[in-house]
Design a protein around this ligand. Structure first.
Ligand SMILES: Cc1ncc(C[n+]2csc(CCOP(=O)(O)OP(=O)(O)O)c2C)c(N)n1
Ligand SMILES: [Mg+2]
Length: 335
């Protein structure tokens, strides 16, 4: 049985310790995601986003920290709450907005929308609206990497709710039995849609689930980007070296409701307040300022720059063309 472990922040264990430049890049990644999501909400209210959206405000340290630990040829599957994973992987904001707005310049030609941002060239192999649906796909990508022998790995991001889905259990089991290079990254935000975890699951520490599959498992503060990075770096190194899969449980919280129409009134205000005080961006800003990596004006300048970038990207996307009815959508999307 794999013991339950806390992630260590001992930099000796991290294969690629962060430089100050990396730290600023991580901060920018998180701020870029936050500002993108805030602009999505504004654009939604302007009637530009068709269908629904699931914002990831509060989860930025998980996507940014894990993806920073990956190689460009690694694979990533994620969920309908997937804007952050795509942006952390370098998706262009304008192409992402155009996709949300259903426009031709969208990353999937406008036919996928918010829940299906995908870019195979960046290893972004799919956003899955079916809860848990991305996990067998991450396992398949891990198998392909193992067979190709290129030391690639794959990462499957999913939520706490997905840990009650059959495909989750099947995926962990076969990944462990076949020793596949897969990182299972559980973004445990305590809620599945509108239901708190204690109503659906017998415990809140989902790392316990990985033990049933004898899988290496760590639990991290998902609002601490460097802790997430350290755990993902160690897990990625193990997987590349043939050491098999790792389950990473990142404890986090979503700042908004499940989707655009949900005011999230079912949450205990004290719980919300406690987590809002632990905003991953504020925490990292304070840490970088304390270490002298950024000063107050430098941090503000990054926020202002990325807020303006998000607005400009949304404006350009809103001015782009609608796909034509006779367009070969499938060819464009999967070319
Ligand atoms: C198989 C399946 N069952 C139910 C749903 C409806 N549904 C959409 S999101 C969601 C909650 C998932 O929660 P979690 O995995 O914790 O992810 P989070 O939304 O918190 O990021 C549910 C039940 C679905 N999309 N797919
Ligand atoms: Mg959840």
């Amino acid at each position: 049985m794999a013991p339950r472990k806390k992630a260590s922040r001992d930099s000796n264990q991290v294969p690629n310790p962060l430089t100050d430049e990396d730290r600023v890049e991580l901060f920018r990644s998180m701020v870029g995601i936050r500002e993108f999501e805030e602009q999505v909400q504004r654009s939604y209210l302007e009637g530009l986003v068709h269908g629904t959206t699931h914002l990831c405000n509060g989860h930025e340290a998980v996507s940014s920290g894990v993806i920073k630990a990956l190689r460009p040829d690694d694979y990533i599957s994620y969920t309908y709450r997937g804007h952050g994973h795509c942006l952390a992987r370098g998706m262009d904001m304008e192409a992402a907005f155009a996709e949300l707005f259903g426009r031709e310049d969208g990353v999937c030609g406008g036919v996928g929308g918010s829940m299906h941002l995908t870019d195979i060239d960046k290893g972004l192999i799919g956003a899955f609206g079916i809860v848990g649906g991305g996990l067998p796909v991450a396992v398949g990508a891990g198998l392909s990497a193992q067979l190709a022998g290129k030391e690639q790995i794959s990462v499957g991001f999913f939520g706490d709710g997905a840990a009650n889905i059959g495909a989750f259990h099947e995926s962990l089991n076969i990944a462990q039995v076949w020793n596949l290079p897969v990182l299972f990254v559980c973004e445990n935000n305590l809620y599945g849609e509108f239901t708190r975890i204690n109503h659906t699951t017998p415990y809140e520490d989902l790392v316990i689930r990985a033990r049933g599959y004898a899988m290496e498992a760590v639990q991290v503060d998902g609002n601490n980007v460097e802790e997430v990075y350290a755990a993902a770096s160690v897990a990625a190194m193990r997987a590349r070296g043939g050491g098999g899969p790792t389950f990473i449980e990142a404890k986090t919280y979503r700042h908004r409701g499940h989707s655009r129409t949900d005011p999230a009134k079912y949450r205990d205000p004290a719980e919300v307040e406690a987590w809002m005080k632990r905003d991953p961006i504020d925490l990292y800003r304070k840490e970088l300022e304390a270490r002298g990596v950024l000063d107050d004006a430098g941090a503000d300048a990054i926020i202002e720059e990325l807020r303006a970038a998000a607005k400009e990207a949304a404006d350009r996307a809103a001015a782009s063309e609608w796909p034509s009815a006779d367009q070969d959508f499938m060819a464009k999307t999967f070319a």
